[in-house]
Design a protein around this ligand. Structure first.
Ligand SMILES: NC(=O)c1ccc[n+]([C@@H]2O[C@H](COP(=O)([O-])OP(=O)(O)OC[C@H]3O[C@@H](n4cnc5c(N)ncnc54)[C@H](OP(=O)(O)O)[C@@H]3O)[C@@H](O)[C@H]2O)c1
Length: 243
């Protein structure tokens, strides 16, 4: 196998994850990108060409994670970069939120990151080099009515990031989060015109962000130049939240 480093990007079929996968291939990584369907995995395969591969993964299912970790070992070197990007929303006011709306979001966004990170960590510790990037959200700090489940998952990811960063820093592995603001993807496309306008009015830069702008931040955190940054959450939100 060559010296090319492998990056595993969850949820790479569209939106922010697709932009991250494209950017990391441009940075020289062999990128394994995941989708929840065979068709999605196939389209990632085609998009990344010989610089990557698409695999099917459901991060809420431990067996699916185990199968993907085995598959990655067959097609690439052990991932030294992991981007926990896959995420879902199931919005509802808390008074109306069902048990499954709560647990599906926590199980995917937060427990999913745990499930994928744990087996991937071993290779990074062995190599004494690694980069883990968790994709959080500005609402993890701000809060958002109707998103108690999602906000709890994203705030949880930030705490997970800090604790893991402390555990693995001595082995050359950095762990950071990127917290996007309001980014133009399918996820925000589901919002009504009114919801979009209210959000845009609150953003000092006066526009939605682009998936490429999140990918550029992830790219930096994966670089050698970012080797002294760990345990941080980088906000990329057009000024919606400072600090
Ligand atoms: N867009 C925003 O404004 C925004 C803001 C803050 C944070 N974020 C965060 O950024 C990340 C990407 O968001 P996005 O806007 O690009 O979302 P998106 O367009 O809805 O894409 C979600 C991605 O996650 C994958 N996915 C969903 N459930 C999965 C599961 N159980 N197992 C594995 N993969 C799964 C999807 O795969 P399929 O295509 O197969 O369904 C897809 O690739 C998410 O963590 C989101 O919370 C987004």
């Amino acid at each position: 196998m060559s010296d090319q480093k492998t990056a595993l990007v969850t949820g790479a079929s569209r939106g922010i994850g697709a932009a991250i996968a494209a950017q990391l291939t441009a940075d020289g990584f062999f990128v394994v990108g995941t989708a929840t369907s065979d068709a999605g995995a196939e389209s990632i395969d085609q998009r990344l060409g010989d610089q990557g591969a698409g695999v099917k993964l459901d991060i809420s299912d431990a067996d699916s994670v185990a199968a993907v970790i085995s598959r990655v070992a067959e097609i690439a070197s052990a991932p030294l970069v992991l981007v926990n990007n896959a995420g879902i929303t199931k919005d509802n006011l808390l008074m109306r939120m069902s048990e499954s709306e709560w647990s599906d979001v926590i199980d995917t966004n937060l427990s999913g990151a745990f499930r994928v990170t744990k087996p991937v960590l071993r290779g990074m510790l062995k190599a004494r080099w690694g980069r883990i990037i968790n994709v959080g959200s500005v609402v993890g700090r701000l809060g958002n009515p109707g998103q108690g489940n999602y906000v709890a998952s994203k705030a949880g990811l930030e705490g997970f990031t800090r604790s893991l960063a402390m555990e693995v820093a001595s082995r050359g592995v950095t762990v950071n989060a990127v917290a996007p603001g309001f980014i133009a993807t399918d996820m925000t496309g589901a919002l009504t015109e009114d919801q979009t306008k209210i959000m845009l009015d609150r953003i000092p830069l006066g526009r939605m962000g682009e998936a490429d702008e999140i990918a550029a931040t992830v790219s930096f955190l994966c670089s050698e130049s970012a080797g002294y940054i760990t345990g941080q959450t980088l906000q990329v939100n057009g000024g919606l939240l400072f600090g």
